[in-house]
Design a protein around this ligand. Structure first.
Ligand code: ADP
Ligand code: MG
Length: 594
């Protein structure tokens, strides 16, 4: 065989590896989840490629993962018979990080171990998590379709570099061998135990549709006063449920299992806020399991980020093309969609255009909006009927409180993203508008929906008033609000950067027009009494000569100068023409260099 080659890790990998071993030590068992999930991905890939090239199965179409350990050598090995790696693929995939957003991620690492651990978890260290428990990893692999002599061995101590050798490996697929660390406490040693391994598999990998096998052990009594011991029997047994979690019946899945599955697919350390698991019947039939995370990922604003929703066809992973499965304003959703209706052998490009995928996207969008509506409903509990108070115990109260807080939690993390939907999703605009919440002159917390606002509109008020500004303080102190304050009319305060843009797409809510208090001549209509109207008209008349002069003096700067009733204390303010670009939007565009 050829001489071995030593190669350096990409700088980011070296940096990450150092962090992984330190920051993730308290979560060390996730390494097994990551390596099993890679094995499972490798089998998915083989299945997908074999659709067009069945010869890749090489008469071995039963795909599985095997876990084995050697307590004397202190090694733990995860073997799969999936797609495998060529030498070049091993160098590329196990020596670099190809993920988009890597730079951004690296820049956010703070050195604070706890915060970093959370971030690293989200980023998904995948294969490199093996180094949490191992001080050396050996990967042996042979790619499906390549001859046995073109196998590869990859080894690394997880520091600056790795080595690759060409080996002969008759079996297709990959085995990853971890040489477990032996520190003072030998805490990695606990994985040299069948019971421990089974329990970690049960916790993290039960949902994997592939069988995970372990060699059966038997107790053998010692002879001649020797102690007895567990010995391997050469017989393999399946230690996970080996059917995809989403294909099981709801009643057979515990909340913990739902939660662990979420963590496995999202790399999140935190439990999800909500999930929805359904079989959708109709012209396109599919199963959907969709999650709403509790925390925004660090790369929420990175539009090229990898998708959260994966499409399977009869348990075969097909694609996770973000836009094809979920509109961009719901890009925080994670989950799985599995359909038996889609043809397995069409190209991904064709699939994206298919009517079935479009139907799935629509159905999933509706489902997520429904989940959000449910959360929002719980945030405003219905008043007790007929004055009868429920006699519930404290625990229920606490649980209800927890439920009630979920929408606010969701909104704080993802509200700004959801607003993009006003511009992006015409068909669901009304539903989205109902889900929006704002602060207002009547509420400091971001909790006022358009419907709440409407319900307490003043008699004779015929518009929903809002103001946009950079900060809450600027919004609250704007001179534009003076007359509204005086008359006790509520004004919504909008301070998200996206508000201005999004509100362009919403002219009215439930029949009531939306009116920016910073635009045009605010006509308070019936809210103004006759005397006020008269005084304004008279003022406009008597100030005519002054207005003319001001207009002339400001003719390059202002379109019009007029007398207003909107001010109470301030002498003057700037407003934008009705239909004109607001000052806020103009400033935003200027910032963006337009
Ligand atoms: P991810 O799984 O998110 O792509 P990982 O760090 O877990 O990231 O794995 C990096 C890459 O290494 C994978 O994308 C895959 O190409 C390759 N890889 C890892 N494990 C295996 C395996 N068991 N079989 C084949 N390829 C693998
Ligand atoms: Mg992985």
């Amino acid at each position: 065989t050829s001489a071995s080659t030593k190669l350096p890790f990409q700088a980011e990998v070296a940096q990450l590896l150092h962090l992984v071993t330190h920051a993730l030590y308290s979560n060390k068992e996730i390494f097994l989840r990551e390596l099993i999930s890679n094995a499972s991905d490798a089998c998915d890939k083989l299945r997908f490629e074999a659709l067009d090239h069945p010869a890749l199965y090489e008469d071995q179409a039963d795909l599985n993962v095997r876990l084995s350990f050697d307590a004397v050598a202190r090694t733990l090995t995860i073997t799969d018979n999936g797609i495998g790696l060529s030498r070049d693929e091993a160098i590329d995939n196990l020596g670099t990080i190809a993920k988009s957003g890597t730079k951004d991620f690296m820049a956010r690492l703070s050195g604070d171990q706890k915060a970093d651990a959370q971030l690293i978890g989200q980023f998904g260290v995948g294969f490199y998590s093996g180094f949490i428990v191992a001080d050396k990893i050996t990967v042996e692999s042979r790619r499906a379709g390549l001859p046995a002599e073109e196998g590869v061995r990859w080894t690394s101590g997880g520091a600056g570099d790795f080595e690759v050798d060409v080996i002969t490996r008759p079996a297709r697929g990959t085995s990853v061998t971890l040489h477990l660390r032996n520190d003072e406490k030998d805490s990695a040693g606990e994985y040299l135990n069948a019971w421990k391994l089974k329990s970690v598999v049960g916790k993290y990998s039960d949902h994997i549709s592939l069988p995970i096998l372990m060699e059966k052990e038997e107790w053998k009594e010692g002879e001649n006063d020797q102690p007895g011991e567990m010995v391997k029997t050469g017989e393999w047994e399946t230690v996970n449920k080996a059917n995809a979690l989403w294909s099981r019946s709801k009643k057979d899945i515990t909340p913990e299992q739902y939660s662990e599955f979420y963590k496995a697919i999202s790399h999140d350390f935190e439990a999800p806020l909500a999930w929805s698991h359904n079989r959708v019947e109709g012209s396109t039939e599919y199963t959907q399991l969709l999650y709403i995370p509790a925390k925004a990922p660090f790369d929420l604003w990175n539009r090229e980020k990898s998708a959260g929703v994966k499409l399977y066809v009869k348990r075969v992973f097909i694609m996770d093309d973000a836009e094809a499965l979920m509109p961009s304003y719901l890009r925080f959703v994670k989950g799985v969609i599995d359909s038996a209706d889609l043809p397995l052998n069409v190209s991904r490009e064709l699939l994206q255009e298919s009517r079935d995928v479009k139907a799935i996207r629509e159905g999933s969008t509706k489902r997520v909006l429904g989940m959000l509506e449910d959360l929002a409903k719980k945030a405003t509990p219905a008043p007790a009927e007929d004055g009868v108070t429920d006699v519930t115990d404290k625990k229920d109260d606490a649980a209800a409180e927890d439920e009630a807080g979920k929408y606010a939690k969701f909104y704080a993390e993802f509200g700004a993203v959801l607003k993009e939907g006003l511009g992006e999703d015409h068909a669901n605009r009304e539903r989205i508008a109902k889900l929006l919440r704002f602060a207002s002159t009547a509420s400091d917390s971001v909790s006022v929906g358009f419907a709440d606002y409407k319900a307490r509109m003043k008699e004779g008020q015929d518009a929903i008033y809002y103001i946009t500004a950079d900060t809450m303080a600027a919004a609250k102190n704007s001179p534009q609000l003076e007359v509204f304050k005086k008359k006790g009319i509520e004004v919504l305060l909008m301070t998200d950067r996206v508000d201005e843009w999004a509100l362009n797409y919403l002219n009215e809510f439930d029949g009531t027009p939306l009116q920016s208090v910073a635009k045009g001549a605010v006509d308070l209509g019936k809210l103004q009494d006759e005397a006020e109207k008269k005084a304004a008209e008279e003022a406009a008349e008597s100030f005519k000569p002054l207005l003319e002069k001001l207009k002339e003096a400001l003719k390059d700067k202002a379109e019009d100068v007029r007398v207003t009733t909107r001010l109470v204390d301030s002498p003057a303010c700037l407003v934008v023409q009705d239909g004109g670009m607001s000052t806020q939007l103009a400033r935003m565009l200027k910032q963006a260099g337009q």
